[in-house]
Design a protein around this ligand. Sequence first.
Ligand code: HEM
Length: 101
Amino acid sequence: MVVPSAIHLNPETYTDPFVFNPWRWKHLAENNVTSAKNFIPFGEGIRLCPGAEFSKVLMTLFLNVLATKYSWSQVKPGEIIRAPTMGFGKGYYIKVAEKSI
Ligand code: HEM
Protein backbone atom coordinates (compact mmCIF):
# COMPACT_ATOMS: atom_id res chain seq x y z
CA MET A 1 0.00 0.00 0.00
CA VAL A 2 1.32 3.42 -0.96
CA VAL A 3 0.86 6.39 1.36
CA PRO A 4 0.56 9.40 -0.99
CA SER A 5 1.48 11.93 1.71
CA ALA A 6 4.85 10.20 2.23
CA ILE A 7 5.61 10.73 -1.45
CA HIS A 8 4.21 14.27 -1.55
CA LEU A 9 6.26 15.38 1.46
CA ASN A 10 9.57 13.94 0.27
CA PRO A 11 12.09 16.82 0.63
CA GLU A 12 14.30 15.26 -2.06
CA THR A 13 11.54 15.89 -4.58
CA TYR A 14 9.78 18.89 -3.08
CA THR A 15 11.91 21.62 -1.52
CA ASP A 16 10.47 22.67 1.88
CA PRO A 17 7.45 20.35 1.46
CA PHE A 18 5.58 21.82 4.46
CA VAL A 19 5.66 25.36 3.05
CA PHE A 20 2.53 26.53 1.22
CA ASN A 21 4.01 27.47 -2.15
CA PRO A 22 1.62 27.09 -5.10
CA TRP A 23 4.32 28.48 -7.42
CA ARG A 24 6.43 25.37 -6.87
CA TRP A 25 4.30 23.59 -9.46
CA LYS A 26 5.44 25.82 -12.31
CA HIS A 27 9.07 24.85 -11.72
CA LEU A 28 8.24 21.19 -11.08
CA ALA A 29 6.14 20.86 -14.24
CA GLU A 30 8.93 22.40 -16.34
CA ASN A 31 11.32 19.75 -14.99
CA ASN A 32 8.75 16.97 -15.39
CA VAL A 33 8.87 16.15 -11.67
CA THR A 34 5.10 15.77 -11.42
CA SER A 35 5.17 12.30 -12.97
CA ALA A 36 3.10 9.45 -11.51
CA LYS A 37 6.13 8.44 -9.46
CA ASN A 38 6.13 11.71 -7.48
CA PHE A 39 2.51 12.87 -7.47
CA ILE A 40 -0.33 10.42 -6.84
CA PRO A 41 -3.14 12.19 -4.95
CA PHE A 42 -5.74 9.96 -6.63
CA GLY A 43 -3.72 6.77 -6.89
CA GLU A 44 -2.51 5.34 -10.16
CA GLY A 45 -3.13 2.57 -12.67
CA ILE A 46 -5.93 0.06 -12.38
CA ARG A 47 -7.06 1.40 -8.95
CA LEU A 48 -7.09 5.05 -10.02
CA CYS A 49 -9.77 6.99 -8.15
CA PRO A 50 -12.93 7.23 -10.30
CA GLY A 51 -13.88 10.42 -8.44
CA ALA A 52 -10.66 12.26 -9.43
CA GLU A 53 -12.03 14.55 -12.17
CA PHE A 54 -15.24 15.23 -10.24
CA SER A 55 -13.21 16.13 -7.14
CA LYS A 56 -10.90 18.46 -9.07
CA VAL A 57 -13.86 20.37 -10.56
CA LEU A 58 -15.58 20.53 -7.16
CA MET A 59 -12.45 21.82 -5.40
CA THR A 60 -11.83 24.42 -8.13
CA LEU A 61 -15.42 25.64 -7.86
CA PHE A 62 -15.39 25.65 -4.07
CA LEU A 63 -12.08 27.55 -3.79
CA ASN A 64 -13.18 30.05 -6.44
CA VAL A 65 -16.43 30.86 -4.61
CA LEU A 66 -14.66 30.89 -1.22
CA ALA A 67 -11.97 33.32 -2.41
CA THR A 68 -14.20 35.63 -4.46
CA LYS A 69 -17.38 35.77 -2.35
CA TYR A 70 -16.16 35.26 1.22
CA SER A 71 -13.45 36.40 3.59
CA TRP A 72 -12.26 34.41 6.56
CA SER A 73 -10.11 34.84 9.62
CA GLN A 74 -8.56 32.44 12.08
CA VAL A 75 -10.37 32.13 15.42
CA LYS A 76 -8.44 29.30 17.04
CA PRO A 77 -5.55 27.48 15.42
CA GLY A 78 -5.36 23.73 15.61
CA GLU A 79 -2.54 21.31 16.04
CA ILE A 80 -1.64 19.65 12.75
CA ILE A 81 -1.47 15.88 13.03
CA ARG A 82 -0.03 13.74 10.24
CA ALA A 83 -0.83 10.10 10.93
CA PRO A 84 -0.38 9.60 7.97
CA THR A 85 -3.12 11.79 6.50
CA MET A 86 -3.45 15.36 7.71
CA GLY A 87 -5.94 16.39 10.34
CA PHE A 88 -6.44 18.86 13.16
CA GLY A 89 -6.45 17.21 16.59
CA LYS A 90 -8.74 19.67 18.34
CA GLY A 91 -10.28 21.23 15.25
CA TYR A 92 -9.31 24.40 13.41
CA TYR A 93 -11.73 27.27 13.87
CA ILE A 94 -12.25 30.04 11.33
CA LYS A 95 -14.83 32.77 10.98
CA VAL A 96 -16.33 33.07 7.52
CA ALA A 97 -18.14 36.22 6.38
CA GLU A 98 -19.76 37.12 3.09
CA LYS A 99 -17.83 39.86 1.32
CA SER A 100 -19.73 43.13 0.96
CA ILE A 101 -20.26 44.15 -2.67
C1 HEM B 1 -10.13 14.92 -2.98
C2 HEM B 1 -10.91 13.85 -3.15
C3 HEM B 1 -10.41 12.44 -3.35
C4 HEM B 1 -9.15 11.93 -3.16
C5 HEM B 1 -7.87 12.64 -2.70
C6 HEM B 1 -9.23 10.51 -3.49
C7 HEM B 1 -8.15 9.63 -3.46
C8 HEM B 1 -8.21 8.31 -3.83
C9 HEM B 1 -7.08 7.42 -3.91
C10 HEM B 1 -5.63 7.78 -3.56
C11 HEM B 1 -7.53 6.20 -4.33
C12 HEM B 1 -6.68 4.95 -4.64
C13 HEM B 1 -6.62 4.02 -3.46
C14 HEM B 1 -5.77 2.80 -3.82
O1 HEM B 1 -4.77 2.92 -4.52
O2 HEM B 1 -6.13 1.73 -3.38
C15 HEM B 1 -8.96 6.32 -4.50
C16 HEM B 1 -9.79 5.29 -4.90
C17 HEM B 1 -11.15 5.39 -5.03
N1 HEM B 1 -11.91 6.54 -4.95
FE1 HEM B 1 -11.21 8.37 -4.46
N2 HEM B 1 -10.51 10.20 -3.86
C18 HEM B 1 -11.26 11.35 -3.80
C19 HEM B 1 -12.59 11.49 -4.12
C20 HEM B 1 -13.43 10.47 -4.51
C21 HEM B 1 -14.84 10.63 -4.86
C22 HEM B 1 -15.60 11.97 -4.87
C23 HEM B 1 -15.30 9.39 -5.16
C24 HEM B 1 -16.69 8.95 -5.58
C25 HEM B 1 -17.64 9.78 -5.97
C26 HEM B 1 -14.21 8.45 -5.01
C27 HEM B 1 -14.30 7.10 -5.20
C28 HEM B 1 -13.23 6.22 -5.17
C29 HEM B 1 -13.33 4.79 -5.40
C30 HEM B 1 -14.62 4.00 -5.69
C31 HEM B 1 -12.03 4.27 -5.32
C32 HEM B 1 -11.60 2.79 -5.49
C33 HEM B 1 -11.16 2.53 -6.92
C34 HEM B 1 -10.68 1.10 -7.09
O3 HEM B 1 -10.18 0.52 -6.12
O4 HEM B 1 -10.83 0.58 -8.20
N3 HEM B 1 -13.09 9.15 -4.61
N4 HEM B 1 -9.36 7.60 -4.20
